[in-house]
Write a protein that binds this ligand. Structure first.
Ligand SMILES: Cc1ncc(COP(=O)(O)O)c(C=O)c1O
Length: 386
């Protein structure tokens, strides 16, 4: 047996490059394409048998073959069963609403992606869900001190976006399980190659696959993976009823794009290491953060807990005008939100109004351009900022 069609198991004997190409793939079929093409259908022929007999597809909001291929691949990387969603926020919404009901309390990061806080303030609270906000560096102590005793779900975001603080997933998961709480991790920044929350005791791992997992800034996707079958059924039912199912083109594009995640992450991380040094060496910059940079407050835990680094760096310039000057002096760094794509981007976070950061606080997303070019361009632009 050549290994053709064998499933990669967990972090298994295969490396990240092999897993991203082969994850979730069934036995090879002679004459079939290497990567299945999208199957464009809303309803499928039912024939004269009851719907879904023998696992037949019936209607694409609840099931379609392209989505199954993509979910099998992402689930294999996460070490769980995956459900894909139209966006990262749709995935987070499903994760939270499948776990909590009226009268429950959830704990959310006060320093994570701000739309998650808006989801809580504008939607969850309206339905009688109580919300407690705890900063990522403080959640370990909060959990160990009995803070999760009346909590149904705690959502961690590590590294947090945009300030890149980390927390100890395994320690929080132990405390949560002892208190009878569920743990979900927003694993967007790390990606399923960079961190496996389910192995660390989390019940759910969630990702915005709009970011590095797909990595080309041309598709919106999200996913939730779990190991518990009952939780999987609840999430699947929630998606079937609320209809945030990705269509075949997005699922196919996501699957195709994730094949290169290992290569892209490697270059992005190499670029981030060099960019963090260049930023730290500039008098125009303070507060450089990259969890894998020795001396960073996140370094010890990130290098112990995570499997590999990524390309997101944060830092502070003097003010808004300094960021504008940097952007106009740079030829390679462009202003855009989101992160994890092949293009290097700069996002001045205060302009969105959701994060408690200074006007000159910037999230740099390192793309896959040549390291020397990115650093030279950034250094020249920083010199202009003065
Ligand atoms: C950490 C994190 N989680 C979730 C999301 C939401 O993802 P999406 O934009 O795909 O809905 C984002 C988007 O920026 C994010 O940064």
């Amino acid at each position: 047996m050549s290994g053709q069609g064998r499933e990669p198991r967990g972090s298994g004997p295969w490396g990240d490059g092999t897993r991203t190409v082969r994850a979730g793939k069934g036995p090879a079929t002679p004459g079939a394409p290497l990567r299945p093409s999208p199957v464009f259908a809303a309803p499928f022929h039912l024939g004269d048998l009851p719907p879904r007999t023998g696992g037949a597809d019936a209607y694409a909001r609840t099931e379609h073959p392209t989505l199954r291929e993509f979910e099998a691949a992402v689930g294999a990387l996460d070490g769980g069963r995956c459900l894909s969603f139209a966006t990262g926020m749709a995935a987070l919404t499903a994760a939270v609403l499948s776990c909590v009901g009226s009268g429950d309390r959830v704990v959310l990061p006060s320093d994570g992606y701000y739309t998650t806080r808006l989801l809580a303030a504008e939607e969850l609270e309206r339905f009688g869900v109580a919300v407690t906000y705890v900063a990522t560096p403080e959640i370990g102590e909060f959990a160990a001190g009995g803070g999760l005793d009346d909590v149904r779900l705690v959502l961690l975001e590590t590294p947090s976006n945009p300030q890149l603080d980390v927390c100890d997933i395994a320690a929080v998961a132990r405390a949560a399980r002892a208190a009878g709480a569920l743990v979900a991790v927003d694993n967007t920044t790390a990606t399923p190659l960079g961190q496996r929350p389910l192995d660390l005791g989390a019940h759910l791992t969630v990702g915005s696959d709009t970011k590095a997992l797909t990595g080309h800034s041309d598709v919106l996707l999200g996913h939730v993976s779990v190991t518990d079958d009952e939780l999987f059924s609840r999430l699947k039912g929630f998606r079937d009823r609320t209809g945030s199912t990705p269509g075949p083109f997005e699922a196919w594009l996501g699957h195709r794009s994730m094949s290169t995640l290992d290569l892209r992450l490697a270059r992005q991380a190499a670029n981030a290491a060099a960019v963090a040094e260049a930023l730290a060496g500039s008098p125009a910059v303070t507060g450089v953060r990259w969890p894998w940079r020795s001396g960073d407050p996140s370094y010890a835990l990130a290098t112990r807990q995570m499997l590999r680094p990524n390309g997101v760096v944060s830092a502070e310039l003097r003010d808004e005008a300094a960021v504008t000057a940097l952007l106009s002096a740079s030829r390679l760094w462009v202003a855009a939100t989101s992160f994890g794509g092949v293009h290097s981007t700069v996002d001045r976070r205060a302009q969105w109004g959701g994060d408690a950061v200074a006007p000159g606080f910037v999230r740099f997303s390192c793309g896959i351009e040549d390291t020397a070019d990115l650093v030279a361009d950034l250094s020249a632009a920083l010199a202009d900022v003065g």
